[in-house]
Design a protein around this ligand. Structure first.
Ligand code: FE2
Ligand code: FE2
Length: 272
């Protein structure tokens, strides 16, 4: 079991966000903004899944998971709150969150379904967030230095995603979730997540008026497929999830531990 600390991040999200806060780069800004738009609805779903999965465990198993589930919910609730503040600024910039409504509609079909489906979906999404988080923690310069608040927000969120990456996975195993469904959900979530990310990023660029600029497409190609490209570097760790003996712990979390140790002045632990 992992000891999860809930941290209050010492950043001020009251001041407005610049149109191209991420290194002045329209594409990267649109991509990160798109991901941020998915968090309030997504993280609420992860919390609900983990809470419901926990309740479905036999009492002796619950004791083993209690502290970790509390930590997981506390961390996700904090992420959700800060990203909602961030997203309110995006709305003022004229961006429209299309992802949230679509996700809410899709989640309706899960109502009344076996909780293991919920937890498997959460585990798949948590694998995505963990590999993206690790990528970001290894390449923090990609966030630029124009808005240190947002760079800190993304890196703190990444560090905690990496820290709690085992919770939903372990819960799924404890609930007797099988390999076939774990894989099935990962395939579906991969398609859904990539299409949603693409759609929202394109929509953000359209509202920003930068969709058809050559510099946007050049940045997209290099940021996704270049030497330090997101797709290029996360493909292998993503693929590992399909192994029968996979466990998130097998993927290194050193970058997360280092960030948390080196930036202890950026947050206050609220529960240990
Ligand atoms: Fe999160
Ligand atoms: Fe998470």
């Amino acid at each position: 079991m992992t000891d999860l600390v809930v941290r209050r991040l010492l950043v001020d999200l009251q001041a407005p966000i610049a149109r191209h806060w991420c290194a002045g780069d329209a594409f990267r800004t649109a991509l990160f903004n798109a991901l941020s738009m998915s968090f309030p609805v997504g993280e609420q779903f992860f919390m609900d899944s983990v809470r419901n999965g926990f309740k479905a465990l036999p009492p002796q198993q619950q004791e083993k998971f209690r502290a970790e589930v509390q930590g997981f919910v506390g961390q996700e609730a904090t992420h959700r709150r800060l990203h909602s503040l961030y997203n309110a600024h995006l709305e003022k910039l004229g961006l429209v969150n299309d992802w949230e409504a679509r996700a809410r509609e899709r989640l309706k079909v899960l109502e009344g379904q076996d909780v293991r489906h919920w937890v498997a979906i959460t585990a798949a999404n948590e694998h995505f967030t963990a590999i993206l988080a690790d990528f970001l923690l290894h390449h923090p310069d990609l966030l630029g230095d124009q808005d240190p608040r947002l760079a800190t927000l993304w890196l703190w969120h990444s560090a905690e995603e990496s820290e709690h990456k085992c919770t939903a996975f372990d819960l799924y195993q404890a609930l007797g979730g099988d390999h076939a469904w774990r894989i099935r959900w990962m395939k579906r979530i991969t398609t859904i997540f990539l299409l949603d990310t693409l759609r929202q990023t394109v929509l953000n660029l359209r509202h920003d008026g930068t969709l058809w600029k050559w510099s946007t497409w050049r940045s997209a190609a290099s940021y996704l497929f270049g030497q330090r490209g997101l797709v290029r570097l996360t493909y292998r760790p993503w693929r590992e999830y399909f192994r029968r003996d996979f466990h998130p712990r097998q993927q290194d979390s050193g970058a997360s531990r280092r960030w948390l140790a080196d930036h202890a002045d950026q947050y206050v632990p609220v529960r240990t």
